[in-house]
Design a protein around this ligand. Structure first.
Ligand SMILES: [Zn+2]
Length: 429
């Protein structure tokens, strides 16, 4: 999961707005959850989560140790495909884009599949020392929770269902998708939902991202990302002194952009996440680059701040001639859109939301609705039902080398996933 913000609407608030018909529907779903939870096979699956925790940790350490930078998820995807095969998922495959898929068929072969997804990519480059290790009861290292926890959630669900032979009506489509983080720009999910042969076979989607079970992401935070490149003639720091310096121009643009006024509501955030440029301390650089991230649930605000970014760069560049006095090239710039995620929102009356609320009520789990940028943005933006939730346990330090994961009570998170998926798929009486 990427950056997130609380949407201060508790379940209790939604219930009070509900009309009688939906209260009836809600009660029916609660009864159905209680029935499914009371089945012998469901108990056995829940027990499987508890008794197999040591194996889940081993999987998590193993998968997190395989580097999976954006556009370099191949080795991790192949590892996951092998596990899907071992767990008896049908049609286990890595698709053209690198997504891993496998099906657990349901009794009703014509029903839409329930997709359970977890992104396999990390924010870390191929060279990053991931340093995956145990520290007491904790698992540590880059990517261990985001999304080691989600990937293990897929495997735990597939494995438990198989071992207890639990029948469900709709089939389950397990997906380890590429391209959730950063420059990946949700490419894995876009492919699955817009181009792949699966796109019309998928019903509701449950995204597993990270650990925490105190949230349900129902609003897709939008984002626009830019790469800004300033170019100049470059030269020797002494003999060419006076030639415009792209790093200085870029710095001025950043200073100007950072003064852009941002409202508290609707919330909008900006970040200059990467800067690079130059070759040596005694060379005037030929180019300097930055990457900028703008996020909001408000499209209008994002457009306004995008204009401010363009003006800041234009202003900074315009302080220097486009052509220097001796006719050589002066300062030029380019602003490239490198990421665009749709803002989107789940219908508050969607069945998937009623199901997870009923599951949380059954488990005594208090969860808030959240707004975030996750893989769920893609199905949500297409008007499909989707939520993003954690896979249990707890974690911290996401997107840093200090990331950690604590598997205590992971089984509660997995029970939550299991009951949600079974209720969506339907369990024959
Ligand atoms: Zn994530």
């Amino acid at each position: 999961m990427l950056n997130e913000s609380v949407w201060p609407l508790l379940y209790i608030g939604l219930s009070s707005m509900a009309v009688p018909a939906s209260i009836n529907a809600h009660m029916a779903i609660e009864q159905e959850i209680a029935r499914i939870a009371g089945l012998r096979e469901t108990h056995a699956a829940m027990e499987w989560f508890r008794s197999h925790e040591p194996e889940l940790r081993d999987w998590q350490l193993e998968v997190a140790a395989i580097a999976a930078p954006p556009f370099g998820e191949g080795p991790r995807a192949h590892w996951l495909r092998s596990r899907f095969g071992e767990l008896g998922l049908e049609e286990a495959q890595v698709d053209r884009l690198g997504n891993v898929l496998g099906v657990r068929p349901g009794a009703d072969r014509n029903a839409n599949l329930i997709a359970i997804t977890a992104h396999v990519d990390t924010v870390f480059s191929a060279e990053t020392p991931l340093n995956i290790r145990r520290e007491g009861d904790r698992l540590c290292g880059a990517g261990i929770s985001d999304n080691g926890a989600g990937i293990v959630g897929l495997l735990a669900l597939a494995s438990a269902l198989r071992s207890v032979n639990l029948a469900h009506s709709a089939g389950l489509l397990f997906i380890g998708n590429v391209g959730e983080e950063g420059e990946g720009d949700l490419r894995g999910m876009r492919h699955i939902f817009c181009e792949s042969p699966w796109k019309d076979r998928i019903g509701p989607t449950v995204v597993l991202d990270g650990a925490a079970i105190d949230t349900v992401v129902t609003q897709g935070l939008g984002s626009r990302r830019f790469q800004v490149t300033i170019q100049g003639p470059g030269g020797h720091s002494w003999s060419d002194f006076g030639v415009p310096n792209p790093i200085v121009v870029l710095s001025r643009a950043i200073a100007r952009f950072s003064r852009t006024e941002l409202p508290a509501e609707p919330k909008i955030s900006t970040n200059v996440g990467v800067i690079s440029g130059g070759t040596s301390v005694n060379s005037i650089p030929e180019s300097a680059t930055m990457r900028v991230d703008i996020r909001s649930a408000s499209k209008d605000e994002m457009e306004r701040v995008e204009r401010a970014l363009r003006e800041a760069v234009e202003q900074a560049a315009s302080e220097y001639p486009k052509r220097s006095r001796n006719g050589s090239k002066g300062i030029s710039y380019e602003i490239q859109l490198i990421g665009c995620r749709p803002a989107a929102e789940l219908d508050p009356n969607a069945r998937i939301l009623r199901v997870i609320r009923a599951v949380d009520a059954h488990l005594g789990n208090r969860a808030r609705l959240h707004r975030a940028s996750t893989d769920a943005n893609v199905p949500l933006s297409l008007g499909r039902e989707a939520i993003s939730i954690g896979a249990g346990g707890s974690g911290g330090g996401a997107h840093t080398l200090q990331e950690w994961y604590d598997p205590a009570q992971r089984d509660v998170g997995l029970q939550r996933v299991l009951l949600t998926v079974l209720a969506l798929a339907g369990v024959p009486k």
